[in-house]
Design a binder for this molecule. Structure first.
Ligand code: C5P
Length: 215
């Protein structure tokens, strides 16, 4: 069984998807971690992010695993390294690249072979797993999403004001919603869950109910 969770940055997808996967006994695939890993590898190797061919070579030449909350790049744990503000801003170059997307989409489908999976990202319900049995679109208001991201970044020692987080998030929403391939749109058969005012536990309970109903 494949459960897809898509939605904008800060809606709480990662933590909800991870806990949901644990409760169901499914694997958890964080596809954002894969785009982040490509951008991180390019930055590390001094490849210009605007060099389309170089970026594709990087994506095709590295081994990326983004399962169960850990991002591993060529055998090295980069889970924290790919979540910095710098890598987050660079990731759009990997996400905007049709060739990189095609390659990562193939890897995502391979990951689902032979296992039950909860997968989260932007295009999981629409492009990668259009036949998934359970599709969820997780949202929250701009303000609530920015406040969550602000707390998360502060906890990791990144110094950004709430206003700066709001602006960066707005920019990322624009990019995510308007990307020609793999852009963020709600699949017609996805169920929307707004997480405003819900505790993480309440979100997971709601998702568990939706998964049970679609089994
Ligand atoms: O989910 P996360 O914030 O880690 O994703 C990082 C970036 O990767 C997003 O801003 C989005 O642009 C991109 N992404 C994507 N397609 C996915 C997952 C993430 O384009 N399936």
């Amino acid at each position: 069984m494949v459960v897809t969770i898509d939605g904008p940055a800060g809606a709480g997808k990662s933590s909800a998807a991870r806990t949901l996967a644990e409760r169901l006994g499914f694997a958890f695939l964080d596809t954002g971690g894969m785009y982040r890993a490509v951008a991180f590898a390019a930055l590390e190797r001094g490849v210009e992010l605007t060099d389309a061919e170089g970026l594709l070579r990087i994506a095709q030449g590295v081994a990326i695993e983004s399962l169960d909350g850990r991002v591993v790049l060529d055998g090295l744990d980069v889970t924290r390294a790919v979540r910095t503000v710098r890598v987050t801003a660079a990731t759009r170059h990997a996400a905007d690249h049709p060739g990189v997307r095609e390659h990562l989409v193939q890897m995502q489908r391979q990951t689902a072979e032979g296992r039950d999976l909860v997968t989260e990202g932007r295009d999981q319900s629409t492009v990668v797993f259009p036949d998934a049995q359970c599709k969820i679109f997780l949202t929250a208001s701009e303000r609530v999403r920015a406040e969550r991201r602000f707390l998360d970044l502060s906890g990791r020692g990144e110094r950004l004001s709430l206003d700066e987080v709001l602006r960066a998030q707005h920019q990322r929403d624009e990019e995510d919603f308007h990307r020609p391939t793999g852009g963020l749109i709600k699949a017609p058969d996805a169920i929307e869950v707004n997480t405003d005012g819900l505790s993480p536990e309440q979100v997971v309970e709601r998702l568990m109910t939706l998964v049970s109903a679609s089994r």
